[in-house]
Design a protein around this ligand. Structure first.
Ligand code: FES
Length: 169
């Protein structure tokens, strides 16, 4: 009887330790994923330093109350005219609100797709619609590049060119 009780206590303690270790691991992973890129906000403009971005890890920043998706593309990801080129890197940057009814799509890095939780709309890593009901791509906010930084809210040359080519909306 006593041996059985001791065995149970040992198993309980081991399970507790295992669960605690898993919890710490999950929190560390969440902190790493959710840590925002360094950014400065001022009078409707948000400046974000892209140099710390990791490939295929979605960063979500905030600009004028809207979520902004920032995804540094890995070299094997499909190139697109909507990519924003910063130095040797390509980024997908867009307002992260589904163009159907405004839900926030979820990024699935293993599938390199954004899937909208509300009605199943799917976007690729350029924000283009792969599956309806969204009627158009995720919009690219006005931006200006300054070295490895991007200023959201200001229309720089790169943005104006994309806008003239009909790529921003
Ligand atoms: S709001 Fe995204 S598919 Fe409807």
């Amino acid at each position: 009887m006593a041996i059985e009780k001791e065995r149970r206590s040992f198993l309980g303690a081991a399970l507790g330790l295992f669960t605690a270790a898993g919890g710490v691991g999950a929190l560390t992973a969440m902190k790493y994923t959710w840590d925002p890129l360094p950014s400065v906000k001022a009078a409707g403009f948000t400046t974000i330093d892209l140099s710390a971005a990791e490939p295929n890890v979605l960063n979500v920043e905030k600009w004028r109350g809207k979520p902004i998706f920032i995804l540094k593309k890995s070299p094997d990801m499909k190139k697109d005219d909507r990519d924003i080129v910063v130095g040797n890197d390509r980024f997908f940057i867009a307002i992260g609100l589904c163009t159907h009814l405004g839900c926030i799509p979820t990024y699935f890095p293993d599938q390199t797709k954004f899937i909208c939780p509300c009605h199943g709309g799917i976007f690729d890593t350029a924000g283009r619609v792969l599956k309806a009901p969204p009627p158009k791509p995720l919009p690219i906010p006005p931006f200006k590049l300054e070295g490895t930084k991007i200023v959201l809210g200001e229309e720089g040359e790169e943005y104006k060119k994309m806008q003239a080519a009909g790529l921003t909306a």
